[in-house]
Design a binder for this molecule. Sequence first.
Ligand code: GLC
Ligand code: CA
Length: 564
Amino acid sequence: MMQKWWQKRNIYQIYLRSFYDSNHDGIGDIQGVIAKLPYLQSLGIGVIWISPHYDSPMDDNGYDVRDFYQVSADYGTIADFKQLLSEAHKKDIKVITDLILNHTSDEHAWFVAAKDPSHPDHDKYHDYYIWQKPKRDEFGVRTCPTRWIGWFGEKAWEYNPGTNEYYLHIFSKKMPDLNWHCVAMKNDLKQMIKWWVDLGIDGFRVDASNHLEKNWAFPDAYPGYENFSSLPKHHEYLRELGEEIFVPSDLLTIGESGGANKEEALLYCGFDSHEFNMLIQFGHCWADNDNHHPKLLGKWAVGPLNLPVIKSSFANWYEMLQDRGWNVIYWANHDQPRVVSHYGDDGAFRTPSAKMLAMTLYFMPGTSITYQGEEIGMTNVLYEQLSDFRDTEVFTEFQNMKKAGYLETEALALIKARCRDNARTPMQWSSDQNGGFSSGTPWIKTNLNYQTINVADQEKDSDSILHLYQTILHLRNRDEDIRNGKVTFFDVNSPVEFSYINRGNHGDYLVIANFTKNPIQANIPLDSLDGFHQLLENYPNPPALSSRMTLRPYEAIVYYRTKC
Ligand code: GLC
Ligand code: CA
């Protein structure tokens, strides 16, 4: 089958606010991305995905859009954006942006009219959002329509005195949810999407795409996630966008959804489906959650790392989509801790573990996404006080933890381990002030380790994590066997070993890795190990290939054999 352009390229995710500040105001910007295009090219990147660049009051760093048609003044102008498109395209780098369809900012003109009965456009826009009348408790006190809890840990309803109603917000209260039953609202969004397509962008990462439909019976449930996540009708909306806009424009579209069974996976990103081309899912992301925690919900409930969860998620998605759809492979993004801190080791074994994580991920088939800073092994934040953090979610959850009986020091430790700011500190370009990100005061403090972890030093060191990423990403560009191969994962149940073979038309890649900080015995269950030669390793003098091998902490080796 003829392959599409997006099946042949490596994606790099840019968190605009923290990537590179070109005008010294402490905020990353579009000109900063233009300045770093040569860096991305040398890394082997063929697509950049840019986090929201729209006008926004920045309650959630731009996921709260005030005006879809304006570039945020923090980031530049529409002229800068057009320049980015043309400079990137000259280098054969495609550009995709975030597309936020589940909510707007409460400062968006639609919501300003919707909440205020005296506004001339009130009647037109009220229905663009989701409203419910208050309930009364046994004492006659006004209460929320349901006990639903949103994704940032706060109640999902906010009272609006102007209309004596509550509006639904499954993220922050400054992000009211849009009503996808409202045809006029949908049409306005479609017009906006077409406007960006006409400007020349190459696709979208569609934010929070499995939340578009809600349970309009509004049952009282706690926390109630099933009432605003993955309801069947959201597929109808996505198919409609796909058929009317995405597919005819040959865009790359990537959805975002937590969890899907085989049938749904194929709806999202099967070759015959018209929803997306790929789906970002989270099966491998929180493999150390304690799902039966007595006090905390979701990612805040930290348990021991369960490696089989990670491997079976990759294996499951590979099997669900094999020959029928397209996979995306990635370790983490702007919503998660840094992968080297989370699944590797950010102390003595930082370099070998970051390399191990690269070797285990990037020899799987599909299209890869590298999150900014991953390629130099950036770590979780080393902040000591709550005031250093910026993410709105941190402050809500800190209070929730205190209410649940945690000491402030314990709560801070949990925040440091799990919060999204871990991934949002400035990119560490050099050992200069603020890691070379900005000569102004960064909007969020640079991680303290920039003098030892930065791009400039790793560019000079041929044995660096960065050089390994360059090698692997260029290899993925050259060898379609990696992107299209047939994978067999070895012993998915092993809690310590992450090994597999990826068989291609011309050759096979064999990846063997120790996912722990202790030495292990790795078992390679292949009938024959003849013909393999070593391609990559993360330690000097790696052991000879055999069916049982002793591996050092986080040791990983990639072998290759040709078929001819
Ligand atoms: C997605 C984004 C996240 C954002 C949320 C609300 O999950 O990745 O950063 O806060 O949607 O838009
Ligand atoms: Ca700036």
